[in-house]
Design a protein around this ligand. Structure first.
Ligand code: THU
Length: 161
């Protein structure tokens, strides 16, 4: 029997202004994206902004549906847009922010399991790390890649083994 330990570390910043300027900008883009959410059922508006290595940024938001499972999370929206429109571009970071009652949440919102799975696949597809920036009013959390969101993950290589 072997006991295996998988470690993950992340950084916590008390203030947005502690981040480098390009990341502050990406956080503002995620907050702006949240206001474009269609969330009449949960009223929880999530925005995601993705920064490419050429400096360009794209945005996505959650889109709900009366048939609840048909809805899409903000991360899934922005990833689908990135992959279908810019398959050759490399993303370097994704920022996520949510508005509850019209205000930025106090705590950063961590991506759901499905979105973690999708983020991981995109990181593997493009072959380089995508930093994850989770925004809250009280603190900002930064993970150096998507893989740290998902230890012991299922990937394409499992299908081939
Ligand atoms: N949501 C996201 O957009 N991203 C997440 O990572 C967590 C949840 C959305 C889905 C749904 O529209 C609303 O937030 C409440 O769960």
């Amino acid at each position: 029997m072997k006991e295996i330990e998988i470690k993950m570390t992340y950084r916590e910043y008390p203030d947005l202004h502690d981040l480098p300027e390009d990341e502050q900008m990406l956080v503002s883009e995620a907050v702006a994206a949240a206001s474009g959410a269609y969330a009449p059922y949960s009223r929880f508006m999530v925005g995601a902004a993705m920064l490419f290595n050429d400096g360009s940024v794209i945005r996505g938001a959650n889109v709900e549906n009366a048939a609840y499972p048909s809805g899409s999370c903000a991360e899934k929206t922005v990833l689908s847009y990135a992959i279908s429109n810019y398959p050759g571009k490399k993303s370097v970071a994704i920022a996520i922010a949510a508005l509850s009652g019209g205000k930025l949440t106090r705590e950063p919102v961590p991506p759901c399991g499905n979105c973690r799975q999708m983020l991981l696949e995109e990181e593997k597809r493009q072959g380089s790390e995508i930093k994850v920036i989770l925004t809250g009013k009280d603190k900002i959390i930064e993970l150096k890649n998507c893989e740290s969101l998902m230890p012991l993950h299922f990937t394409k290589s499992n299908l081939e083994s």
